[in-house]
Design a protein around this ligand. Structure first.
Ligand code: ITT
Length: 196
């Protein structure tokens, strides 16, 4: 199946492409010739995920030549920060969004506490045949004392998945894709798409 992925985040597109390889063809927004910044005005990951998929379908449905559209809204929720940065993960340190500044701000905010517990969450919205379906994925872990590793993107240098000593950025792309929040959500979507 040919599926349009309503994302302009190259790292997410790369991860999703390898998760769906051999099963579905994924087209990112740029590949589909769509260069707009989609407004993420929701207050939850579910809302923003839905907004992105709906926006692309409404504005570019015909252009995409795809059988379905999906979007991924993800966030890092830190227990000691009452779930922040959460839905604001991309713009945590302000606009324009910047991964390094976000990581610096997160470490600053955590200076006063020893509680480093966190979780990564992904909410996928799939719109197929006019119907909306949600798939969620979560991975628990802790926040490292300083950034470590060169792989991945975003908060990967700070996130240590439960059961590991390395951050996501120190693990290989294959290992991250075997256990991540995104992989869990994508695998649920893959299972669902078997019906079509
Ligand atoms: P699109 O909306 O175009 O898909 P985005 O970067 O704006 O891309 P989000 O709104 O989902 O994506 O923002 C989530 C932010 O959280 C993202 O910019 C990263 O900084 C971070 N993030 C998401 N998934 C991540 C992952 O697997 N590893 C590390 N950081 C991640």
């Amino acid at each position: 199946m040919k599926i349009l992925f309503a994302s302009s985040n190259k790292n997410k597109i790369r991860e999703i492409n390898s998760l769906l390889a051999g099963r579905h063809t994924v087209l990112g927004l740029e590949e589909a010739g769509i260069t707009v910044e989609i407004p993420e005005t929701g207050s939850t990951l579910h809302e923003n995920s839905f907004l992105k998929a709906k926006f692309v379908l409404e504005h570019f449905g015909e252009k995409s030549f795809a059988d379905a559209v999906f979007a991924d809204d993800s966030g890092l929720e830190v227990e000691a920060l009452n779930g922040a940065p959460g839905v604001f993960s991309a713009r945590y340190a302000g606009i324009p969004k910047n991964d390094v500044s976000n990581n610096i701000k997160l470490l600053e905010e955590l200076k006063w506490t020893t509680n480093r517990k966190a979780r990564f969450v992904t909410v996928i919205t799939l719109i197929i045949n006019g119907e909306v379906h949600y798939f969620e994925g979560e991975i628990k872990g802790t926040i490292a004392q300083e950034p470590r590793g060169k792989n991945g993107f975003g908060y990967d240098p700070l996130f240590i998945p439960r059961g590991y000593r390395s951050t996501f950025a120190e693990l290989s792309a294959e290992t991250k894709n075997a256990i991540s929040h995104r992989a869990i959500a994508v695998n649920k979507m893959v299972k669902f798409l078997e019906k079509f």
